[in-house]
Design a protein around this ligand. Structure first.
Ligand code: SAM
Ligand code: SF4
Length: 329
């Protein structure tokens, strides 16, 4: 079992398989001027599989495939199938924008994907376009219908944005009335790829909870799963649940069980750090399996206590400017 210097067990890796995306959610990526990672600098499927096997040999049991948009990478279904054959890897999860999965959800079901986090910030077609700058609302809704039809546990990720989708909060909660899904409201983080963001956040999770409770005064707290980043609630007689992810306020660091690998192989032990080392370079320089594992353990022995410390440790430039698509949200 991997354990960090603050005695936190690490059993979860988030692997970003590409930094490319077919949407342009304004809170994540600028519309233009994106310097994509060169193909040769991306971890290959073979390198990713080797890494996951090594992580699993050290006690990692859960992998989340993310990006960029994971399904933009050719061969993704084959890769998922290969991962599903790794002994000891219990759970494979995916975070996707749902634009490339309509019509293919049954394949995900047969591969044995444990759950899908579907990003959906608005239930209004025009607002969806305003936020994502692409006209894909209908396709994403088709993916959502298929996920429910195939009974794949589904969480909707909805970033709460002042002046953009506040009118969607109540309709999003209403989605949980008849659908057994979890809608999670996420605090907007500064990772928008521009470096330009307000110094404070108006729509904190606390504020969103208060806002929802003004319409649903009987919304009550339910037990959070172990290592959950969300605080979870339910409304009496609703089929689904509502969660709140305080990603900006960083209220969940104390129990953080995850590490991240970016598309170009940078190991991050915290969302807010600047990258600890490049695991792809180590592998391409001929490292043995043990050397790769040792470098991971060294990184975990210096892990920041929380996201605030990690941000402070970024050094000369602790200004967060990267896109979430390059980190792996
Ligand atoms: N493209 C896929 C998707 O959108 O689901 C996977 C990658 S995306 C970076 C992963 C998650 O990060 C999405 O749910 C997205 O809403 C969230 N995200 C991106 N930028 C964010 C930001 N600045 N603040 C909060 N969440 C963000
Ligand atoms: Fe693409 Fe996901 Fe970022 Fe939106 S949040 S731009 S879908 S990577």
């Amino acid at each position: 079992m991997l354990v960090d210097n603050h005695n936190r067990a690490i059993n979860y890796v988030r692997l970003a398989v590409t930094d490319r995306c077919n949407l342009r959610c304004f809170y994540c990526m600028p519309e233009e001027g994106i310097n994509y990672v060169k193909r040769s600098e991306l971890l290959s499927y073979e390198e990713m599989e080797r890494l996951i096997r090594l992580f699993v040999s050290q006690g990692i049991t859960k992998v989340r495939i993310t990006g960029g948009e994971p399904f933009l990478r050719k061969g993704m279904f084959d890769f998922l199938t290969r991962l599903s054959n790794i002994d000891g890897l219990k759970d494979i999860h995916i975070t996707t924008n749902g634009t490339l999965t309509a019509g293919k959800v049954s394949q995900l079901k047969s591969i044995g994907i444990k759950s899908i986090n579907l990003s959906l910030d608005s239930l209004d077609k025009a607002r969806f376009f305003e936020i994502t700058r692409r006209d894909e609302f209908k396709t994403v809704m088709n993916t959502l219908d298929e996920l429910i039809y195939h009974d794949i546990p589904t969480k909707i990720n909805c970033v709460v944005m002042d002046g953009k989708n506040i009118d969607d909060i109540i309709p999003m909660v209403e989605l949980t009335r008849y659908k057994n899904i979890s809608v999670r409201f996420i605090e907007e983080m500064p990772f928008n790829g521009t470096g330009d963001h307000p110094a404070t956040l108006f729509w904190t999770s606390a504020k969103t909870i208060e806002y929802i409770q003004s319409s649903y005064s009987d919304m009550y707290k339910i037990e959070d799963p172990a290592y959950s980043t969300s605080f979870n609630y339910q409304i009496p007689n609703f089929a689904g649940t509502v969660g709140f992810i305080a990603a900006y306020s960083r209220l969940f660091c104390g129990s953080c069980n995850r590490i991240r690998v970016t598309p170009q192989g940078v190991m991050k032990t915290c969302l807010y750090d600047n990258g600890i080392f490049n695991i792809k370079d180590i592998m391409r320089n001929g490292a043995t399996d043990q050397q790769v594992i040792d470098s991971l353990k060294t990184a975990l022995s210096h892990r920041a206590k929380d996201g605030f410390e990690a941000e402070k440790n970024r050094g000369i430039s602790n200004q967060v400017s990267e896109s979430m698509a390059t980190i792996g949200g």
